[in-house]
Ligand binder design. Sequence first.
Ligand code: PLP
Length: 386
Amino acid sequence: MTIQSFHPPKRTLMGPGPSDVYPRVTEALSRPTVGHLDPEFVRMMDEVKHLLQYAFRTENTLTLPVSAPGSAGMETCFANLVEPEDKVVVCINGVFGMRMKENVERCGGEVIIVQGEWGRAVDSAAVEETLKSHPDAAILAFVHAETSTGARSDAEKLCALAREHNCLTIVDAVTSLGGSQLEVDAWGIDAIYSGTQKCLSCVPGLSPVSFSQKAVDKIQNRKTRVQSWFLDLNLVMGYWGKGAKRAYHHTAPVNTLYALHESLVILQEEGIENSWARHQLHHNALVAGLEAIGMEMVVPIEERLAQLNLVTVPENIDEAAVRAQLLADYNLEIGAGLGDFAGKVWRIGLMGCAATKTNVLFCLGALQAVLGKAGATEAALTVYNS
Ligand SMILES: *Cc1c(COP(=O)(O)O)cnc(C)c1O
């Protein structure tokens, strides 16, 4: 058998990620590869850092993209900040909170769980009570935007509680960065990780992270070495943190970093507040359309994410068959439910450059045709025209 070049189908990606990628980003990927210590490349790395500081709204010096997807950013935060026997309060209201718990355990930390409800924000009163009854807890960890449930938690309030109780915070912002208001410095977040393939509309494979001075102090004063050589920030800082004098740590994914640079330039051109507002507008139109054909949103309105919409699958509908038909007839991808929500919901993403009027109307039109309904696009247009 002769294997030939791979040409993927052209889909519209409206699931939980990866999201559609900006054409300017794919063009940037194809630029010539240079050495990862080339002075021009090093200059670009500094720009990536400044652009990430812009996106995270932080002055943190230790701000960089980890050379692997969002899960590696998660692991970077836990591996560096959790020392054996540290008590870590983990809020679980979906799949990614469960992964945080596993990360703490693998780092030898002691997990204290604040169990939340799927499809709801983290309950800050329950967090406060837990922090009060565990005064020796060192870290509070939670997911800002739970992609498995579509719920947004109040990161500002949770970080304030952590500070009152002398805890550092680890925040998952994989789905929130670029799509929802996120203020690393103003909210006092100590360690945060994100991903490139959600609201930044870049290709998958990098994880932007940022650490406060308090977090850096803890990392530099660890009693034990970070178990992972690759993710040990004390070593990574030698490549990303030392101005022009960079030491080889690993070969940076050169072209993927061009792609991230381009997507962040696009974010800055749009203006981050405008990006948040754009996600909200298209979310409002999508929800109006879905509700017009009798679909129900899972998350209460004040806790909903704009960029990831959970809708209940109507009774007597084969949810997988609908997704398969959308893919076959419309080249449109929407997401299935995960964990407790498997088989019960669809997850419709409006992430990054996928958050457009064209996409909202296309998705609603396709969905109403497949379900044999009418009126969704008209309802969405009412929102756009108001
Ligand atoms: C997607 C996602 C991750 C994992 O990112 P990968 O790039 O898939 O490794 C982690 N947390 C949340 C909330 C996510 O949505």
